[in-house]
Design a protein around this ligand. Structure first.
Ligand code: ATR
Length: 264
């Protein structure tokens, strides 16, 4: 039986095994997918196990999306540009790092039916997933991307990487069409200190978090008459793309798939 896994720390919360094992079964593939909690010092040896095909492929989550890069033989152009790898595949004896978060975000946005063209976008946060979101937004012909992060230095580092972004002080809001929460605030029911009353209607509030399905950030967005969307589809589509890379099959996304991830 072929082995696949997701590595991260913490990893308990990960729903990737549920999703991948569901799709493996649906497609009669003799493989299984597990979650593995690693320490940073264990990454090198773990990657070696993929090299010798003890494990055929793996997903990488927080905080190792950058850590794995030096141990890989090749990066996809998107992984190179974002310095972020969430999927590893062994190809002709070479370990290749891919980033399926970008297309995951793009497909999730397409699904909202909210047009991003010529829109002003505010991203809250500057963590691991943000370069992928910026790269995806750059492909959507948005008007302006602004980053606001508690630690300003991290936003400034992103600006060195993507010169087209602006930086806004943490806690400020002006007139944006789309606000994306890419911080971890909301996972434990925290609120984000924004002046929601200042935000006009008909905006899109997007949260990368999908569990809980409605963070306080999304609740506030809804209350002020805006469209809201959580990160569930982004999660599903990044997994969809990883599955396609490993197995050459497009797995099904149906009601049952969505139900699998209802955790709250
Ligand atoms: P990392 O920063 O290690 O990549 P992450 O989970 O990808 O981790 O990102 C966490 C994001 O949530 C960061 O933007 C972080 O802000 P800082 O860069 O200032 O740490 C943000 N975040 C986490 N807790 C926060 C809090 N209490 N208030 C504001 N922002 C917070």
């Amino acid at each position: 039986m072929k082995r696949y896994s997701v590595i991260g720390n913490p990893i308990d919360h990960s729903l990737s095994p549920k999703l991948h094992n569901y799709w493996l079964k649906k497609n009669n593939i003799d493989a299984n997918y597990t979650k593995i909690k690693l320490e940073k010092s264990e990454i090198k040896n773990f990657i070696q196990e993929i090299k010798i095909q003890k494990i055929i492929g793996c997903n990488v989550t927080v905080p190792f999306k950058k850590t794995v890069i030096p141990y890989l033989d090749k990066l996809s152009p998107e992984s190179e540009q974002t310095q972020s790898v969430n999927t590893i595949i062994s190809h002709d004896g070479l370990l290749v790092g891919h980033n399926t978060d970008i297309v995951g975000f793009q497909k999730a946005i397409q699904n909202t039916n909210y047009s991003f063209e010529n829109k002003k976008i505010l991203i809250l946060g500057a963590g691991g997933v943000v370069p992928s979101i910026i790269l995806a937004l750059n492909k959507m012909n948005v008007l302006k991307i602004t980053i606001s992060n508690r630690t300003k230095e991290k936003a400034e580092n992103l600006k060195n990487q993507f010169s087209n972004i602006d930086i806004l002080e943490w806690g400020m809001t002006t007139n944006y069409d789309v606000i994306i929460n890419a911080t971890s605030l909301g996972l434990k029911n925290e609120t984000i200190n924004l002046d929601y009353l200042n935000i006009a209607k008909n905006k899109l509030f997007y949260d990368v978090i999908y569990n809980p399905s409605e963070t306080n950030f999304l609740k506030e967005g809804k209350k002020s008459g805006n469209q809201i969307e959580n990160g569930k589809l982004m999660f599903i589509y990044q997994a969809f793309e990883a599955f396609k890379l490993w197995h050459g099959i497009e797995p099904i996304i149906d009601k049952e798939t969505l139900k699998l991830l209802n955790n709250d």
